[in-house]
Write a protein that binds this ligand. Structure first.
Ligand code: ATP
Ligand code: 9VF
Ligand code: MG
Length: 427
């Protein structure tokens, strides 16, 4: 099933659901290439990414709200329209979709919203690449800003506007803390580019002189230690797996995820998830290890993706799980909390639904899903020879890095030849 764009949902529903579950009426909206600017009747205005997978489109596809905004006075017909399930096709008008199989679209209605405040200083400084210290050579480039901000070409009146390819080049060279200077500074492209190239060369030399660690490798080692210290056994299972495992996970040919699997030949594929390998280990070690069994794996997963800044086709998953006693939602949430506290990452928890596991607990940072977690057992366990209760969660390591380093695009955090520790290598 194709997920609908946020734009088509906004145009159909004409209402907006805030993070707190407040239903607003949309008075007006305008669409740019990647964002939708929304104006509510109560006078709020904001921009959201026009994505099919973000929180906004998920909650608009759903039909639940907590309260209606007093100031918007949403008309009854708009509330009823919102309460109907969103139609699947972006061109179709409102229709109620009933289905006997579990919905493949996400249902994310914030239930227990648990926001953790991030401190101003990152207590886990060793994980974070050092901020730009060398300010001397290019005083026009200021750092210390929350994120890079390039002034729109139209606003630059003193200097020739940058061409799209120049902007792209500068964006690649800039680190998240840096901004392109005020146009009045009158720096031309060549000056800016060569100063930034020098900075980035220095950054890479500094890593070479200091710890020489790759950020993806390092975060894997840190998380590995975190789980080993808490009694979890480290697993490394095959990346090349039988397609039959995918089907046994309930991902049959009619499911969206099945289409996302990289098949290698008639029988084999690159794993899109770690669960099959972990299921097999849980079953085998149930005869060996004392109760409860705690295991985890960190390693590459592959999915064909089309969505840009939060999805990679080659990414690194962490999946930890426990089987046997103490497999409660509380144990699971405590582990998630401890891990994200340790990484100093702010998060909230929302309830969601997926066809593999049914009810899931999703861990979000702003609009981005960091993890999906489940309290088992589930009916599918029988196909894997599992009979005991379990809990587990799957996290994307590049998404954690994206948050920790404030990258605009997840690509900076990925296995890559274009970036090293988030720094462009095209120097
Ligand atoms: P999304 O809805 O964001 O595509 P998902 O629900 O399909 O994610 P899960 O199957 O729950 O993803 O996988 C667990 C975690 O793995 C996700 O929460 C995310 O952090 C990470 N992840 C999944 N797909 C990708 C991807 N293509 N690129 C990077 N990380 C990913
Ligand atoms: C949680 C997300 C089935 C007992 C081996 C552990 C889990 C969700 C993980 C992952 C997936 N599930 N991307 O299962 O921990 O499998 O979809 Si188990
Ligand atoms: Mg998920």
């Amino acid at each position: 099933m194709t997920r609908r764009s946020l734009e088509s949902l906004v145009s159909e529903k004409e209402v907006w659901l805030s993070r707190k579950g407040l239903l607003h009426e949309i008075k007006d909206y305008s669409v740019t290439q990647r964002y939708i600017n929304i104006y509510t009747t109560c006078g709020e205005s904001f921009s959201v990414r026009n994505s099919r997978r973000g929180r906004a489109s998920r909650v608009l596809r759903n039909n639940k709200y907590r309260k209606i905004c007093k100031h918007c006075k949403v008309p009854d017909e708009k509330i009823s329209k919102f309460l109907q399930k969103a139609s699947v096709d972006s061109t179709a008008k409102v229709k109620v979709v009933s289905s006997t199989k579990p919905s493949q679209s996400k249902k994310a209605v914030p239930k227990a919203v648990k926001a953790k405040k991030k401190g101003t200083e990152n207590s886990n400084g060793s994980l974070i690449q050092s901020k730009v210290k060398d300010q001397g050579s290019v005083n026009a480039i200021s750092s210390g800003q929350p994120r890079s901000k390039i002034q729109p070409t139209e606003e630059r009146n003193n200097i020739p506007a940058f061409t799209p390819s120049q902007k792209k080049r500068l964006e690649a060279l800039l680190m998240p803390e840096e901004v392109i200077p005020d146009p009045s500074e009158n720096l031309n492209f060549q000056e800016l580019e060569s100063s930034l190239v020098n900075r980035r060369k220095k950054d890479i030399v500094k890593i070479y002189e200091d710890d020489r660690e790759n950020q993806l490798g390092k975060i894997e080692r840190i998380i590995t230690k975190f789980f080993v210290d808490r009694g979890f056994l480290e697993i490394k299972s095959p990346i090349l797996i039988p397609i039959e495992y995918i089907e046994r996970m309930g991902i049959t040919e009619d499911k969206e995820l099945f289409e996302q699997v990289f098949k290698v030949d008639k029988n084999m594929c690159l794993r899109p998830m770690l669960a099959p390998g972990l299921y097999n280990h849980l079953r085998k070690f149930d005869k060996v290890l004392p109760d409860p069994i705690r295991i985890f794996e960190i390693g590459p997963c592959y999915r064909k993706e089309s969505d840009g800044s939060q999805h990679l086709e080659e990414f690194t998953m962490l999946n930890f799980c426990q089987m046997g006693s103490m497999c409660t939602r509380k144990t699971l949430e405590n582990l998630i909390d401890e891990l994200l506290e340790f990484m100093d990452i702010e998060y909230e928890i929302v309830s969601d639904n997926c066809h593999v596991y049914g009810a899931t607990i999703d861990v979000l940072h702003k609009d981005m899903e960091l993890a999906s977690a489940v309290v088992g057992p589930i009916p599918k366990d029988a196909d894997w020879g599992i009979t005991k209760p379990w809990i587990g969660a799957g996290f994307g390591l590049e998404r954690l890095l994206k948050v920790m380093h404030n990258y605009k695009n997840i690509r900076r955090a990925s296995r890559s030849e274009s970036y090293y520790n988030g720094i462009t290598t095209n120097l």
